[in-house]
Design a protein. Structure first.
Length: 359
C-alpha cells in the first residue's frame, strides 16, 4: 500500500516538472512573421532590393521632321501615314474620242486676181474621231497633308479624221457670173457624190504646259480625291491651240502587299480606285491649206482655187462627250518609287501609264 502512494507521488512530480518546462520553451509569436533574410554582397553588406519602375502606358510620340507638307507633324500624331513631300514623274497618255466640229472655213482662195468669197464653200462635218498621244514630265509637292500642287510640261501629237461634205449654193451669187458658175460646178459635183462623205484629216503636234492641284481626304485605308488642272497645247506648225480644263474625282482603297524576296522587293502598297473625268476642251486649228491631207477630188479643186498659195483653213471643234469613267491602280514598290496605270472608257477611251519618284 505504501508503495502505491510512492508511485503516485512520483508521477505527480513528473507532470509538474514537464508542465513548467513546456511553459519556458513556448515559441514567440513574432517568429512566425519574420521576413526572409536579405542577400549579402561579396563585401558583406546587405544588397538593396531593386526598385520597381512604373510602367509607361502612353505610346511614344512620333515626330515628322520635314518642312513640307505644312502641319505634317499634326497629321502624323493623328495617325496618318504621309507620302514623301516632293515627286517627279513621267506620264504617257493615249486618248481616242469623238469630236463635234463647229465649223470648217476656207479663205484666201481665188483665180488670178479674182478672190473667191469666204462663203463659196459650205463644208459640213458629220463625224469626227480624234487620236492623240501626250508625254509629259510632272513635278509636284504636298503643301498641306490634304493639298498637292503640280506643274506639267511635255509634247502632244495626234490627228483627227472627219467625214465631210463640200457644197455650194449658186443662188447666193446672182449678179456675179464667175462665182455663180464655180458655185454651180461645186454643187453639181456634190450631188454626183464626188464631194460627199470625204475623209478630211487634220494632223497636229505641239508643246503642252499646265498647272494643277489635288485635294485629298481619307480614313483608314479608304480615300477620296479630286484632281483639277488646266493645260494648253501650242502647235509647232499650225496656228491656234488646244485649251483643256480637266476635273477628275476619284475614290479608292489601299492594300498592303507582301514583299518578293526573289526579286529583292520589300513589302509595298497597292492602291485601287474608280473615278470619272470631266474635260472642257476647246480646239481651234488654223493654217495653210497646203498642209492639209485631202482626198484627191477635193485636192484637185483646192489646187485650182489656191494657185497663189494664200489659201487658209480655220477649224473649230470641241469634245462630243465631256465625261468618261476611270479605273486605276498604283503599286508602291518602295516609299520612293511607284508605278500607276489608269483606263478610261465610255465615249472617250484612254490609257495612262506613269512612273514616279518621291523624295
Amino acid at each position: 500500500m505504501k508503495n502505491k502512494y510512492k508511485v503516485f507521488s512520483l508521477v505527480a512530480i513528473f507532470c509538474v516538472i514537464s508542465n513548467a518546462s513546456s511553459q519556458t520553451s513556448r515559441p514567440d509569436p513574432v517568429d512566425f512573421y519574420q521576413l526572409p533574410p536579405l542577400p549579402l554582397t561579396e563585401g558583406g553588406t546587405v544588397r538593396q532590393a531593386p526598385s520597381v519602375q512604373p510602367e509607361n502606358t502612353q505610346p511614344p510620340r512620333q515626330r515628322y521632321d520635314r518642312w513640307f507638307p505644312l502641319l505634317g507633324d499634326k497629321a502624323v500624331q493623328m495617325g496618318y501615314e504621309l507620302p514623301e513631300p516632293f515627286g517627279i514623274g513621267i506620264n504617257y497618255m493615249n486618248i481616242r474620242q469623238n469630236i463635234n466640229v463647229k465649223s470648217i472655213a476656207f479663205s484666201g482662195l481665188g483665180i488670178g486676181n479674182m478672190a473667191f468669197p469666204g462663203d463659196l464653200f459650205n463644208i459640213d462635218a458629220s463625224k469626227t474621231r480624234q487620236y492623240s498621244q501626250t508625254r509629259t514630265l510632272r513635278l509636284d509637292s504636298w503643301v498641306l497633308p490634304f493639298w498637292n500642287v503640280y506643274g506639267i510640261a511635255g509634247k502632244t501629237r495626234g490627228h483627227s479624221i472627219s467625214a465631210i461634205g463640200v457644197d455650194s449654193d449658186p443662188g447666193q451669187f446672182k449678179g456675179n457670173l464667175i462665182n455663180q458658175m464655180i458655185s454651180g460646178i461645186i454643187h453639181g459635183m456634190h450631188n454626183a457624190g464626188n464631194f460627199d462623205n470625204l475623209n478630211f484629216e487634220l494632223k497636229f503636234k505641239g508643246t503642252t504646259y499646265g498647272l494643277g492641284t489635288v485635294l485629298a481626304a481619307g480614313t483608314g485605308d479608304g480615300y477620296a480625291l479630286v484632281d483639277i488642272n488646266y493645260t494648253q497645247t501650242r502647235f509647232d506648225i499650225l496656228d491656234g491651240s488646244i485649251d483643256a480644263l480637266t476635273i477628275s474625282p476619284r475614290a479608292g482603297y489601299r492594300f498592303d502587299t507582301p514583299g518578293f524576296a526573289a526579286m529583292g522587293l520589300p513589302p509595298g502598297k497597292l492602291n485601287l480606285w474608280v473615278g470619272t473625268m470631266y474635260q472642257n476642251v476647246q480646239q481651234e486649228f488654223k493654217g495653210n491649206l497646203s498642209e492639209l491631207s485631202m482626198p484627191a477630188s477635193l485636192k484637185a479643186l483646192m489646187a485650182l482655187a489656191n494657185q497663189n498659195g494664200k489659201g487658209r483653213f480655220d477649224v473649230k471643234q470641241h469634245l462630243q462627250s465631256p465625261w468618261n469613267i476611270l479605273l486605276g491602280a498604283q503599286y508602291g514598290i518602295t516609299k520612293h518609287f511607284n508605278l500607276a496605270t489608269e483606263l478610261g472608257f465610255a465615249k472617250r477611251n484612254s490609257i495612262m501609264v506613269s512612273g514616279e519618284y518621291r523624295f
